[in-house]
Design a protein around this ligand. Structure first.
Ligand code: MN
Ligand code: MN
Length: 474
């Protein structure tokens, strides 16, 4: 008797491939082009204000107009709304009524840095310094002995605004925070990293030459500081008290670059989270057709210090922007429609993930950590310890998103923020989830997150853009 052949169902192992195996020749060309554009953006967008301005200029060039000037909105219309020049909302109106929800991608454009204090200038032993307070989670020692640039605004009492940008143009001087020489660091060496470096010592060296003899006022004690003030007056017309109404940010000097002999990575300041912000921006600019659901990108400020304040995602900015959309769409304003529009929305919280770093494998979760150049990292939950503070995305929404990614050929991988109980972090996800919308964290993986120079893989950078675009076009 012959054995009857039974048809067995094939069980597939879930194998993580690297992105390179999936990359077609055409995709390779598109990836390299996209990454060159990104490197140029990252080199210029050194602060949230500059990232906002560059994004707004690109949007205006692509036909986005100010939502505050819009009378009525119809499908296909492109609008923007700016929040104090630091947070930007972009929308392309869809065919379905807004109350059925939007497809939203949100990223942040503020990055860890040193902020100049309101009364910063002082002299010690003939050296002049700017006193700073760090912004966001930094490892203090990483910011020592680096060439640093100074960016921001000084607003004078009459309301006039002076733009400051020193350190990135050819011929510009740069600045630095000093560190102890190894010859004299025996005490520093014997203590812990946390004790050896303290934030109050992050003072920016800005001068060492006293006022000229001709201008010397014998009464003045701090002659180096006085000369710095004279130079600031000459260049910007500002007085020492004008620092009180200034926002000056100290960031690493120099452009973003390709990294590696094979040029497969990008090194640069502020990739958390300008890598996802640029992807979210380019995705809404490049996504094809008049959408079914309204598309929106928001690139926001203040994520690194908790999303508070009127330019952070804890503010009413998103709610007000959606209310404006509803008010100007056919059907007129209806508060219930605003609530429904928000609750029925789907959102990708586009923020960076920590990559598995083989040099620090002891804090990795072996099978649940994103790996370099394996695709966009999906983080179902962030938080610390037992998912503390996480906005845990639903399995149902995650299934929808991975289907969209698969259908568009987007390489993705699941990721957690490291080994259990090693630390943690958060994103803007929870501030949007409070409206009832589905929110999922997904973004580009980084090595050395929050360091003055962070590293991302080119394949992942490109897949971030492709993922957000697929989400808009779905
Ligand atoms: Mn981030
Ligand atoms: Mn961050």
């Amino acid at each position: 008797m012959a054995t009857k052949k039974t048809k067995t169902q094939k069980t597939e192992l879930f194998q993580q491939e690297t992105g390179w195996e999936k990359l077609t020749a055409a995709d390779n060309v598109a990836m390299e082009k996209y990454c060159q554009d990104y490197i140029s953006f990252l080199s210029k967008a050194k602060t949230e204000r500059r990232a906002h301005d560059i994004a707004l200029a690109l949007a205006q060039k692509a036909g986005f107009r100010n939502l505050d000037d819009a009378k009525t909105l119809k499908p296909g219309d492109k609008v923007y709304r700016s929040c104090y020049g630091k947070t930007l909302f972009l929308a392309v109106i869809g065919k379905t009524p807004l109350e059925q929800g939007l497809n939203l991608v949100g990223a942040h454009i503020d990055s860890p840095r040193l902020d100049v204090k309101p009364r910063p200038l002082f002299e010690d032993s003939t050296l002049a310094y700017l006193d700073t307070r760090y912004y966001g989670g930094i490892k203090i020692y990483q910011w020592l002995t680096l060439p640093l640039a100074l960016y921001g605004v000084i607003v004078k009492k009459d309301g006039s605004k002076v733009e400051v940008a020193i350190g990135d143009e050819p011929g510009d001087p740069v600045f630095m925070c000093t560190d102890l020489l190894p010859h004299l660091d025996r005490d520093q060496d014997a203590t812990t990293v946390g004790k050896a470096f303290n934030g109050e010592k992050l003072n920016l060296l800005v001068g060492s030459r006293p006022v000229d003899k001709a201008n010397d006022d014998k009464e003045v004690k701090d002659k180096t500081k006085l000369r710095i003030l004279q130079l600031l007056k000459e260049k910007y017309g500002v007085e020492e008290t004008d620092f009180a109404s200034a926002e000056l940010e100290i960031v690493p000097a120099g452009p973003a670059r390709e990294l590696g002999l094979d040029r497969s990575m990008v090194i640069g300041y502020g990739q958390d989270d300008r890598v996802c912000a640029y992807g979210a921006l380019r995705a809404i600019l490049d996504a094809k057709g008049v959408p079914s659901r309204t598309r929106a990108t928001v690139i926001c400020d203040k994520e690194e210090i908790g999303s508070y304040g009127n330019t952070g995602m804890d503010s009413a900015f998103i709610e007000n922007s959606v209310a404006e959309l509803v008010a100007h769409s056919t059907g007129g304003y209806n508060e219930l429609f605003v609530r429904r529009a928000l609750a029925n929305s789907s959102m990708l919280s586009a923020d960076v993930s920590a990559l598995h770093d083989p040099m620090y494998a002891d804090v990795s979760s072996p099978n649940n950590m994103a790996k370099m150049n394996c695709g966009i990292a999906i983080c179902k939950y962030t938080g610390r310890s037992g998912k503390g503070g996480a906005s845990d995305a639903s399995a149902e929404f995650l299934a929808q998103v991975r289907r969209v990614f698969d259908e568009a050929g987007v390489a993705w991988q699941m990721s957690e923020l490291g080994r259990v109980d090693c630390g943690g972090g958060g994103t803007i996800a929870l501030y949007l989830a409070r409206y009832g919308m589905n929110v999922l964290d997904c973004g580009v993986g980084l090595l050395c997150m929050h360091a003055p120079h962070e590293v991302a893989g080119k394949f992942d950078i490109y897949m971030g853009y492709r993922a957000y675009k697929a989400f808009f076009e779905a």
